[in-house]
Design a protein. Structure first.
Length: 110
């Protein structure tokens, strides 16, 4: 939770966002100070932070495929560790990782 200071007494406190209250931008909300009992108004400001990294596969490089396991295994995918692209496993990868096909999985359920 975000801590702010009461504009009346300066006491530091947390904004109460219980049940989603106070998250809309361009809205004015109010809260009572837990120290002095005065009610103050506040607006919510949302900031975005970004983390950037090189992604060679988007610049003529090779994807770096990593197995993303699931349960059941037959729904596993390969995902590029750089760009996040996903694809189904090839027949060779199914054998390499000892993963049966979806058809085999559903046939075993019957």
């Amino acid at each position: 939770m975000e801590e702010v200071k009461c504009p009346y007494c300066g006491f530091e406190q947390e904004i109460d966002h219980q049940d989603g209250y106070g998250f809309e931008e361009d809205e004015t909300y109010s809260q009572e100070c837990c120290y002095c009992g005065m009610t103050f108004a506040y607006k919510t400001i949302i900031n975005f932070d970004y983390e950037v990294k090189k992604c060679d596969c988007l610049n003529r490089g090779e994807h770096k495929w990593v197995l993303q396991t699931t349960y059941p295994k037959c729904f596993s995918k390969m995902q590029c560790s750089e760009c996040g692209e996903e694809r189904n496993l090839t027949d060779e990868e199914l054998k390499k990782y000892d993963i049966g096909t979806r058809k085999e999985y559903f046939n075993n359920l019957i």
